[in-house]
Design a protein. Structure first.
Ligand SMILES: [Zn+2]
Length: 166
């Protein structure tokens, strides 16, 4: 396992649609292991998408506090309901937060790291994390959702919280 360097917001990999995973082989398992280790190393991280470690593949890990790690391959939001205002940040843009809108709840389908088909319905922080990470594999970042640049602001490093780490 290895801790991978993070791609920052100016990296092209974050702004292009990632490739679908066709075959779940050893290299995908290693990617999952490395992404999970990287997420744990960062501490307080709620999720990570492969483009954030410079790999243009549709691979996502999510771990909310006190919950098991969710692994996702080729995830898609198939349904979303409602709208709510959230404060969001991204590991690829440290020190910033933005006020954006996210769905109240989502249904997501994909496969887990073992190839098992999964479909999950989520709301709250998990729905937000899923939308954030699935955006990443589609080349979208949260600042793309800002209605105005006034809704993006800098925070003090000690103001970092788990919500910011996705
Ligand atoms: Zn992010």
């Amino acid at each position: 396992m290895a801790i991978l360097p993070l791609a920052m917001m100016d990296n092209r990999v974050l702004h292009q649609k990632a490739k679908r995973v066709r075959k779940i082989d050893g290299s995908i398992q290693k990617l999952f292991d490395d992404m999970i280790e990287t997420m744990h190393h960062i501490g307080g991280a709620a999720g990570l998408a492969a483009p954030q470690v410079g790999v243009s593949l549709q691979v996502v890990v999510i771990e909310l506090p006190g919950e098991d790690v969710i692994t996702l391959i080729n995830p898609e939001v198939v349904k979303s309901w409602g709208e709510r205002d959230v404060t969001e940040g991204c590991l690829s843009l440290p020190g910033y937060r933005g006020e954006i809108k996210r769905s109240e709840s989502v249904t997501v389908k994909g496969r887990d790291r073992h190839g098992k088909q999964i479909r999950l319905k989520a709301d709250g922080l998990l729905a937000q994390a899923l939308e954030h990470e699935i955006d990443h594999v589609n080349g979208v970042v949260y600042i793309d959702h800002l209605e105005s640049v006034d809704n993006l602001y800098q925070i003090e490093p000690e103001g970092e919280d788990e919500l910011g780490h996705i």
